[in-house]
Design a protein around this ligand. Sequence first.
Ligand code: 13P
Ligand code: SF4
Length: 354
Amino acid sequence: SPSDPDLVARARAAKEKLGDKVFVLGHHYQRDEVIQFADVTGDSFKLARDAAARPEAEYIVFCGVHFMAESADILTSDDQKVVLPDLAAGCSMADMATAEQVAECWDVLTEAGVAEQVVPVSYMNSSADIKAFTGRHGGTICTSSNAKRALDWAFEQGEKVLFLPDQHLGRNTAVRDMGMTLEDCVLYNPHKPNGGLTPEELRAAKMILWRGHCSVHGRFSLDSVNDVRERIPGVNVLVHPECRHEVVAAADYVGSTEYIIKALEAAPAGSKWAIGTELNLVRRLANRFAAEDKEIVFLDKTVCFCSTMNRIDLPHLVWALESLAEGNLVNRIEVDKETEAFAKLALERMLALP
Ligand code: 13P
Ligand code: SF4
């Protein structure tokens, strides 16, 4: 939707008034009306790194979802304040692993006699509590752009990985990039006693995958891929690794949002692409590259926007910026000190990956 000119002017004025005191980060899945005000855009990894590289900004306004704002708070200094323009911008995947469930899982692994061999690797898309659990147990965080390097590192530390909370990123990375088989992976279901697994199954597994998924990417199917190949002969299928294994296996290219953008920048004129990721980004790319004669379509028209990413709209951004400009700190995301210390350990292990 075209942005309201009055709101655009107000956002601009508030940002100008704040000057260097504010730094606005925008994830690639944000709406156009919001992304136009981002000082920097990126995938989850780039935004975590960029948030940490702005010590002079008193306010970091995070246009993204809650776990991203938490990570920014963990990685910035104590006197920097991270603001999420709408507190309801969560992530359904991150909500699929709670601290209690993960603690219970660790008990199950301990009882099966495997905990000592297990290194936790948690996807950025998880709460600060889960990141702290990961840090406490010697593990690392990963994003979709460094999952292979994180797993390489983890398998140098131990024999097994507990991958939280996205089963698809875990499975896709293990099978596509690490030479493992589907049989090397087991699925831990937090809603079943003992995760639905026997001690023997846990002992035989290399990858213990948490049963979480992205509600957006999980909706692309093998039919989506087959249908688009039939409709558009010669199309290149490019998907995010949060998609299901059969979708990733049938795709031509797989990568994070930043990878997707770079692949399209490098694509030759006249090429055709079907993209399996969030719709705001796909639409923006389709518009941007239409002038260069690159045809870009959404992999499956029945899949919708990420509803929580979309919660951050221009009215919320204007409200947050104007409040800050008037000296009212609103919607601060602040992780408690103990959680922060252990979560930071896990995040710093990720930032130090080769
Ligand atoms: P990336 O931008 O790191 O690829 O993450 C995608 C995503 O789903 C964020 O919520
Ligand atoms: Fe979470 Fe998926 Fe939305 Fe990303 S796209 S914020 S993983 S629900």
